[in-house]
Structure formats: C-alpha cells, structure tokens
Design a protein around this ligand. Structure first.
Ligand SMILES: *Cc1c(COP(=O)(O)O)cnc(C)c1O
Length: 357
C-alpha cells in the first residue's frame, strides 16, 4: 500500500508522474527502448529537454522576458558555486540573507570568492524566523536569499525592492505559489523537493546579467556555456529531466502555479490549525514566517514521543521525523501531497489527543 509520504526530499511525486516514468523506463513512447538507454542527442530526448525548459518558463510567467531555463546537475549545492562564478567580480561584493542551513551553505561558498556581506541572520534564534530589517548595499553584485527554509520551516513572504539583482534558492517551494518571478535575476531549485527525482537542478537565468565578471570561469561553471548548448553542454541527467518534465506537465494540467497555491494554502491551514488547537503540539517557526511547504512542530511533552510515533507509523505515514538540527516533526506538504493525506495526519493528532487525556 502506498504511504502518505511527508519526506522533505527526495520527496513525494504525483502518482501520474510515477506511472508514466515507470512505463518510460520499460519502453519509452513505444520506441522499443528504455528512457534510460536513449541518447541525449536523440530526437526524443531533445524534445523532452525543450519541453521541460519551455514549461518551466511558462509556469513562472517568464516566457519572452529575457530568461533562459536550464536543467543542470550537481544539485542546488552546485549553484552555490556557479552563482558567484557568474555574477561576482573579483573585487566585487555579494550580499546574502542568512535564514537557514542552506543559506549558510551558500554563504560559505561565496566567501571563497570574495567579499560576502551577510545583511541579516536569524541563526542565533535557531533560524525560527525570517529577518526583515536589513539593507542591501547598492554596490553589491547580487543579493542572495532562500525563499523557503526546508529544515526550519520558514518561508519568505516578501522579497526586497532593490536594483541589485536578486538570486533566489527556491529548491523547496518552486511552482508552489505565485510570485512576480521577473523580480529575480537567477532562480535555482534542486528538483528533488517539489519537481522531480534527485539529479537535476532547474536554473532560470536572466541573460542580460551574464558575461559581466572579470573572472576566468571554467565552461561547466558558466551559465552562458550551458545556454549556448541548449542545456546540453555535457550529458544531462536524462531520466531526472524527463520526470521533472512530467511533473511540470502535471502542474500545468492541474491549473498551473495559481491552482497549486490555492491547494497548498488549504493543506497548510488544515495542519497549522490543528497544531494550534491541539495542546499536545507546538509549532516551531514564528507565526508570520511559517512555511506552507515544510511544517515543523514539536511535542509539548517529549515523554509522549513513543506513543505518537507508534500512531502515525500505524496510519501508514512516512517521513515525518524532523531534521536533526530542529528535532520534533516536519511534515513536508509539497505540491503532490493531497489534502486527504494531510487529513490522515490531522486525524492521527486528534486520536493521539484522546489516548493521552
Ligand atoms: C535540499 C536543499 C538544498 C541542497 O540541495 P542539493 O541538491 O542536495 O545540493 C539547497 N537549498 C535548499 C533550500 C534545499 O532545500
């Protein structure tokens, strides 16, 4: 029986995507070949890559606005490096907002390249909120932020107004809510949270920002080289790109990002309302900054842990344990998660309440 998968990543995918991907592994499009054994230069895969790139821009409302979408490899972590290589001048400076473990990881890499200014950080409060009072130096080459903090369960609701190009790691909330995506210079997202299997990263780049640094950049770290080769500078992760394309088709067929947002708001409200109502639980993130993708919460009384764990496991729920740096629980309720599965978790929380009283 299929489980209710609350894993933070790699994470749940739409059943339809799994079915189509499984079929393609056996026999892609009745070609007599598996998707795993076709050339990335074949007509079939060139069409897949093109559709994935086009759909990504279309769903973000960025078609015809000077952006290119790439499907690269190396994970979101690779973009921690490609971003400064591509945008940071040798004597320039970069500005970063430190909102979590991944943001801090990006900062650590940028520091290897040049002056890196952390405009604000919530680290001393274990990243339980998003800092809002900060200013971005006008001479920074770019400002980097993380839209959703997968581990701590916080999410940026607003993005700064600035003339400095904004780079955003949207790994865990891409395609989950409507934002004016044209505010960003670069958006990147590892596929394995809200888009596909591990192995590829969507990078959306505003082309006019490229080619302005004075660095010697190896081609594989240079977005321009990937754009020039239509995202096939080297062998792309064929299967991960294919499965991501299937998910993007699913997002489009189900009403696009606006419809995803509506459903995500309902799921998050259902779960957060229960966390607030049920006196046995407590939310981790500051109310106004709570994430609609990763819901973090703890037991008020740790002594109840064994009982609660037993109950959610018996309800066929998987992947609910919190990250080791936060503890407690984390329910990741990405696009593919149904409201019915969230209801199963809420029901368990209510049953648990009855057994304790
Ligand atoms: C998971 C995650 C990453 C790291 O992704 P990799 O693909 O493992 O490199 C970076 N940023 C955020 C926000 C994430 O959730």
């Amino acid at each position: 029986m299929k489980k209710h998968n609350f894993s933070a990543g790699p994470s749940i995918l739409p059943q339809e995507v799994l079915d189509k991907a499984a079929q393609a592994v056996l026999n892609y499009n009745n070609s007599g070949l598996s998707i795993l054994e076709i050339s990335h230069r074949s007509k079939d895969f060139v069409a897949i890559m093109e559709e994935a790139r086009t759909l990504a821009l279309e769903l973000l409302g960025l078609e015809g606005k000077g952006y290119q979408a790439l499907f690269l490899s190396g994970g979101a972590s690779m973009e921690f490096v490609r971003v400064p290589y591509s945008l940071l001048k040798q004597n320039g400076k970069a500005a970063y907002l430190d909102t979590g473990t991944w943001a801090a990881g990006a900062i650590k890499q940028a520091e290897k390249f040049g002056e890196t200014i952390v405009v604000a950080s919530s680290k001393s409060d274990n990243y339980s909120y998003i800092p809002k009072e900060y200013s971005i130096p006008t001479d920074a080459s770019y400002f980097h932020c993380t839209s959703n903090n997968t581990i701590f369960g916080t999410q940026m609701q607003d993005f700064p107004e600035t003339d400095v190009p904004i780079v955003c790691d949207m790994s865990s909330d891409i395609f989950s809510r409507e934002i004016d995506f044209s505010k960003f210079g670069i958006i990147y997202a590892g596929a394995q949270k809200n888009m596909g299997p591990a192995g590829t990263t969507l990078v959306v780049v505003k082309e006019e920002l490229l080619g302005k640094t004075d660095r010697v950049t190896p081609d594989i770290l240079d977005y321009s080289a990937h754009i020039a080769k239509d995202s096939m500078y080297n062998t792309p992760p064929v299967f991960a790109v294919y499965a991501s394309m299937l998910t993007l088709q699913w997002v489009k067929a189900n009403g696009g990002v606006a419809a995803m947002e509506k459903k995500n708001n309902e799921k998050a409200a259902l779960l957060y309302n229960e966390i607030e109502r049920n006196l046995l639980f407590k939310g981790v993130a500051k109310l106004e900054d709570r994430s609609k993708m990763n819901v973090t919460f703890i037991l008020v009384n740790e002594a109840h842990k064994e009982q609660f764990d037993k109950m959610w496991k018996a309800a066929n729920i998987s992947g609910l344990n919190g990250h080791r740096s936060v503890g407690g629980y984390r329910a990741s309720i990405y696009n593919a998660m149904s409201i019915e599965s969230v209801q199963v978790l809420v029901d368990v929380m209510q049953e648990f309440e009855k057994t304790i009283q």
